[in-house]
Design a protein around this ligand. Sequence first.
Ligand code: CDP
Ligand code: MG
Length: 252
Amino acid sequence: MKEAVVMDKKELEQTLILIKPDALKNSLIGYVLSQLSEVHSGLRFAGAKIVHVNRMLAIEHYAEHRGKPFFPALLDYITGLAHYPSEPWKRRVIAFVFQGPKAISKIREIAGPTDPNEAREKKPGCIRALGTIVRLKDAKGNYIGERMDNLIHASARADEAEREIKLWFKPSDIPPLMRAYPTEINEEHFYFDGKKLTMKHEKGSVCLVAPGDCVWKTDLTALRAIHQGKTAHCNIETVAAKYLINEKRDDF
Ligand code: CDP
Ligand code: MG
């Protein structure tokens, strides 16, 4: 009898990578991908998508930085507004899930330090060594701070990787044998209109999940709790943002 081939648990470690708008604008996608290549990194592609990042997704992705002085500039950066102010159709990020032993620390290592100047000094050759420090000015031209354009995002820790992968990817975006987190087949309808969650369609609302959809177990737990007015482990935007990726809704 043929034995079932089971992947070692270590092989399942995953990390989220975003190729940010400055890398797209400067034609560095090929370079970044060559640094991350399966042979170079020893890791495998598990998911990929091109995303027009709306504000909801940007705020959720960088939730830990909310309130910091660089937060507004960071939102302008990741949504593509900073690099394509008058060409909104060019505002994109390429999102990847990478998988394999020590995926998180390996990709952080290949990416290098957050600050491009520090990256050049301490780790020449790393991806972020090709980044830029941008001086920010207000409407009157006065200096108000700096933004670090550093080409890629890479999850920093296992809990962040899980949160971020579930924020950007549905289970169906990842081949079944490469999914690292529990899934469930949904049996209900959940709709969202930008503010509230409903189980019946209302004018202007979008269906987040329908019966038969394969969803992250934690998303379903949160949707059920939020709908019943109970405490959930996250807010509705954390779940909804992913289902609204590339939906043409300026209000979300
Ligand atoms: O991306 P990483 O996890 O290395 O750094 P972070 O501290 O989580 O910050 C997220 C992103 O915000 C950075 O990658 C930078 O693009 C930006 N940032 C900035 O513009 N100015 C700072 N002082 C710190 C971060
Ligand atoms: Mg970070």
